[in-house]
Design a protein around this ligand. Structure first.
Ligand code: SF4
Length: 400
């Protein structure tokens, strides 16, 4: 039971748990991020600085912040540790078919249902197979190439893959032994991250394993077979990733002239066929048909506080929306999503040079992936307000 007696069903994660709201979560994740950052200074930043100087020297990208590179490496280490066996068993033809079908699916809406059907069947087999008898190479650039291919084939890591490919170029530019040493550091650090994040954030993701054991099987054969099967450590990575990105982009967001909040359709009180949101081109704007709808509430607050609210029907519409409404404008965007969608969205905003901040939905409940009927999700409004006004968070608890 959550605030105002509302029933909050925990499918995989809940930032509220038994509390009144998700304030404790925001304190905990900020505290954890501080700790991880401190530890990374000694263990990972020497690698990060070498990497940054390589990127700068070769003009491969406009240098990003330390926080962003730290996330890139944590992300690489975590995905590597969880999926390197699956990645090593994915054949080149399987990768080629799945990755290209994913690209086609994004370009052609008409073909999407057929492609999704096929990718669901093929992905369930090809992306999840593990051959226990095969001896696998663990720490090598060859394995990194396989991990990148696997990520591309899933379609879940669009933006992450671009960054990882740059890191691979860096590793290839240095002596083999050095590259191996760097990979080892990243993987060991991500192992310690998994343990520490688990200690602090487990209370918010306690249902993930149960969900994977009991309900996940319903997604076998479907396009979201990898999305819904993401492991608890990946939720923790996204939570810390969101915090790292908010810190990295805060100043630019604060100085942007206009602010917009993008709310996911899973926050609507009414189902799609009853919701009276107005579709203007790619944009959906709430018309206020239900007084108890959270999107209605945040839209009214936005008018008072001076930010726009837009509804993003599905994460796959995100890129098109950004290109039509945000690129080229002096606008700071707050993306709201569940942990599994948030990072790709945040990285995409960054690559389009849009100053972004993010807020997690307090729990998931959409009909597309998590619940047959679907139920409205919500966010911590104080957190949104704090982000919009650029106030600094206070860290309350010490757990490690
Ligand atoms: S209040 Fe707005 S978002 Fe909510 S159901 Fe009505 S039109 Fe849709």
């Amino acid at each position: 039971m959550g605030l105002n007696g509302k029933i909050v069903q925990t499918i995989t994660y809940s930032l509220i748990n038994d509390a009144e709201n998700s304030d404790y979560y925001y304190h905990d994740v900020a505290y954890l991020t501080d700790n991880i950052f401190l530890k990374a200074e000694k263990e990972l930043f020497p690698v990060i600085f070498k990497y940054m100087s390589y990127l700068g020297g070769k003009s491969l990208e406009i240098l990003r912040t330390k926080e962003e590179y730290l996330f890139d490496l944590l992300n690489a280490g975590t995905i590597w540790r969880i999926y390197y066996k699956e990645a090593s068993n994915l054949t080149y033809p399987e990768y080629f078919i799945l990755a290209n079908l994913y690209k086609l699916r994004r370009k052609n809406k008409k073909l999407k249902p057929a492609i999704d059907w096929f990718r669901g069947k093929m992905g369930t087999y090809s992306l999840r197979k593990v051959n226990m008898d095969r001896k696998l190479e663990f720490l090598s650039i060859k394995t990194l190439t396989k991990v990148i291919r696997w990520m591309e084939a899933t379609g879940e890591f669009r933006e992450d893959v671009k960054r990882l490919k740059l890191f691979k170029l860096f590793l290839k530019s240095i002596p083999k032994e050095k590259a191996k040493d760097y990979l080892e550091r990243i993987i060991q650090f991500s192992g310690r991250f998994e343990f520490e994040a688990g200690t602090i954030l487990k209370q918010y993701t306690a249902n993930v394993d149960r969900y994977l054991d009991e309900s996940y099987k319903e997604h076998l054969g479907k396009e979201d077979v990898i999305f819904c099967g993401r492991k608890e450590a990946e939720y923790h990575l996204s939570m810390v990733g969101a915090e790292l990105m908010n810190r990295a982009f805060k100043a630019k967001f604060k100085s942007s002239k206009q602010k917009a909040v993008l709310l996911p359709a899973c926050m609507k009180l009414l189902p799609d066929e009853k919701c009276k949101a107005k579709k203007i081109s790619l944009d959906y704007v709430c018309t206020g048909c239900s007084p108890n709808c959270k999107i209605n509430k945040y839209t009214s607050t936005g008018r008072e506080m001076g930010f726009e609210v837009h509804i993003i029907p599905h994460s796959s519409d995100f890129t098109k929306w950004l290109n039509s409404f945000a690129v080229g404008r002096d606008i700071g965007v707050v993306g709201v999503a569940c942990p599994l969608n948030l990072i790709t969205g945040g990285l995409e905003l960054k690559s389009l040079n849009i100053p972004a901040q993010c807020v997690l939905t307090d729990y998931c409940g959409c009909k597309t992936h998590w619940d047959k009927e679907g139920f409205p999700t919500d966010i911590n409004f104080d957190e949104l307000e704090r982000i919009i006004s650029g106030n600094t968070k206070t860290i309350a608890k010490s757990v490690i």
